[in-house]
Design a protein around this ligand. Structure first.
Ligand code: 5RP
Length: 227
């Protein structure tokens, strides 16, 4: 219940950043749900690129106009959740399996605001959350073997009667690195270079701000100079 208050205040605060006419990136997850509801309640003339089919469906219910990435060069504001983040605004994402579209949309953003509960703030990424890695199905076993040969603990994310398939028809490996990510950028580059890997859930140099909700209704704001 208190977690829901913390999510709701972060989502509601993000909705206050939206101005009439803005083109948005619309993230995925339970915190984003609060943002979408608060956004819809403002009845602004905005449109957004959804990061998942689930978000697209929710926007359709709420009357938020959708855009295709083909039809827009830059987004004024991207709002999305995170699974873990550090104070320098490096994140892990993909708990909801939408990491690829989330990374594409984050890259399109002029401003990327992360909304989360304050307990997602960690001293080091990978402490509590395994890093999701999206892989084309053909490469699932070779990539898995490669990661395990490096001593990493790998789990194929389960779906209904087999591996979970993402909105892009790919599978997800959840990769646990003992001791967490000492160098997130290096980990992201290394993972992404493996043939068959489409992207990793490590988001470096993308977020400009974070709005972190607390169960007492307050919001902690983190921002990255120069973004
Ligand atoms: C989905 C994501 C979500 O943004 C992340 O998992 C946070 O979700 P929630 O707000 O439900 O905790 O990355 O792929």
């Amino acid at each position: 219940m208190s977690d829901d208050v913390a999510k709701a205040v972060a989502g509601a605060r993000a909705a206050t950043l939206v101005e009439d006419g803005m083109l948005l990136g619309l993230g995925t997850g339970t915190t984003v749900e609060h943002f979408l509801v608060a956004l819809a309640a403002r009845h602004l003339d905005v449109a957004g690129v959804p990061t998942s089919r689930a978000t697209a469906a929710r926007c359709a219910e709420l009357g938020i106009r959708l855009l295709d990435p083909a039809d827009v060069d830059r987004l004024d504001l991207v709002v999305d959740g995170a699974d873990e983040l550090t104070r320098d605004l490096v994140l892990t994402k993909g708990g909801g399996g939408a990491l690829l579209r989330e990374k594409v949309v984050a890259t399109m953003g002029q401003r990327f605001v992360v909304i989360a509960t304050v307990d997602k703030l960690v001293p080091r990424l990978g402490d509590t959350f395994a890093v999701p890695v999206e892989v084309v199905p053909f490469a699932l076993h070779p990539v898995r073997r490669e990661l395990e040969a490096e001593g990493l603990e790998v789990t194929v994310r389960p779906g209904d009667g087999g591996p979970l398939l993402t909105d892009n028809g790919n599978v997800i490996l959840d990769v646990r690195l003992a001791g967490g990510l000492a160098d997130p950028e290096r980990t992201d580059v290394w993972l992404t270079m493996l043939p068959g890997v489409v992207t990793s859930g490590v988001f470096v140099d993308l977020a400009s701000e974070a709005l972190l909700g607390r169960s007492d209704g307050s919001v902690e704001v983190l921002s990255r100079p120069g973004r």
